[in-house]
Design a protein around this ligand. Structure first.
Ligand code: CP
Length: 308
């Protein structure tokens, strides 16, 4: 199995064996991230970082991953301070940046942007989120978190919140189907998971249940994966206000859960998780952010051909 020069655009390109290989590589590299030490696996390599939308975790964990493996980071910086502000196209920008770097991490507001970039790039493109489309490196770290903190085989998981616009759950649903998870979808009807994704899950013999109330699922699940209502993706602000506070996870709600239930969230959170949950044994979302470092180390080392 080789990942060298592979573009990471969507989880749909990955088999279960390939995903397991990334997770195993991340586990091998985790001590470097945990001990905050440095290796020279990527010495001499340069990672291009291009973010057209805000980010804290994805950008900083990629940068941390690259630096911990001994490589360097070259950032486009603010889009307004680049020649994109003069009208340069994404295709031309990518053709320029690929001459400076060994791989490019790209976050863009337009669905399909990472795919387009991959068609113009001679170095691997890692999709760090394209509009409401895909966020595959988040899915790898979500799977890693579930494997480290719970279990992937025989998993019962509820995905709650904005299942319509939340790109992390779209990628995660597909990946969970490879592990035969039982999935409960919890959202107001305005924010349901797109019908084609539900149909795709069912065609893979995945048990999918839909409800509007967390209480219907809380007693039976191993992982509760919450997502933020994606304000920036609503065409009409009035529609956003109607559903803005439709999900709230509290310690009182979690009293009904299994003791080993893990609450995950890709972050940032807005109002979905009461801060009192942070001090319970269920809170897993800050560990989840940390796991972004070993997982992105693994992806960078694999696509740059430093590890097999
Ligand atoms: N989870 C995630 O993508 O966070 P950022 O938007 O901060 O990168």
């Amino acid at each position: 199995m080789t990942f060298k020069d592979l573009h990471i655009i969507s989880m749909k390109s990955f088999s279960r064996d390939m995903i397991d290989h990334v997770l195993n590589t991340a586990e091998m590299l985790e001590p470097i991230a945990r001990d905050k030490t440095k290796s020279d696996i990527l010495k001499g390599k340069v990672l291009g970082v291009m973010f057209f939308e805000p980010s804290t975790r994805t950008r900083m964990s990629f940068e941390t991953a690259m630096m911990r493996l001994g490589g360097d980071v070259l950032s486009l910086g603010s889009v307004d301070a680049s020649s994109i502000a003069k009208g340069e196209t994404l295709a031309d920008t990518i053709r320029v940046v690929d001459g400076y770097t060994n791989a490019i991490v790209l976050r863009h507001n337009k669905e399909g942007a990472a795919q387009l970039a991959s068609e113009f790039s001679s170095v691997p493109i890692l999709n760090a989120g394209d509009g409401a489309g895909h966020h595959p490196t988040q899915t790898f770290l979500d799977l890693y978190t579930i494997r480290r903190e719970s279990h992937l085989d025989g998993l019962k998981i509820a995905l709650a919140g904005d299942l319509k616009y939340g790109r992390t759950v779209h990628s995660l649903c597909y990946a969970l189907s490879l592990y035969g998870a039982e999935i409960t979808l919890i959202s107001p009807k305005e924010l349901r998971l797109p019908a084609e994704i539900i149909e795709d899950l069912k065609s893979r013999n995945i048990k999918v249940t839909e409800t509007e109330a967390i209480e219907d699922a809380i007693e039976d699940i191993d992982v509760l994966y919450a997502t933020r209502v994606q304000k920036e993706r609503f065409p009409d602000p009035a529609e956003y206000r109607k559903v803005a506070n439709s999900l709230l996870i509290t310690p009182e709600l979690l009293e009904k859960a299994k003791p080993e239930l893990k609450v995950m969230h890709p972050l940032p959170r807005t109002n979905e998780i009461d801060p009192r949950v942070d001090n319970t044994k269920h809170a897993c979302y800050f560990k989840q952010s940390f796991y972004g470092v070993p997982v992105r180390m693994a992806l960078l080392a694999l696509v740059m051909g430093a590890l097999e």
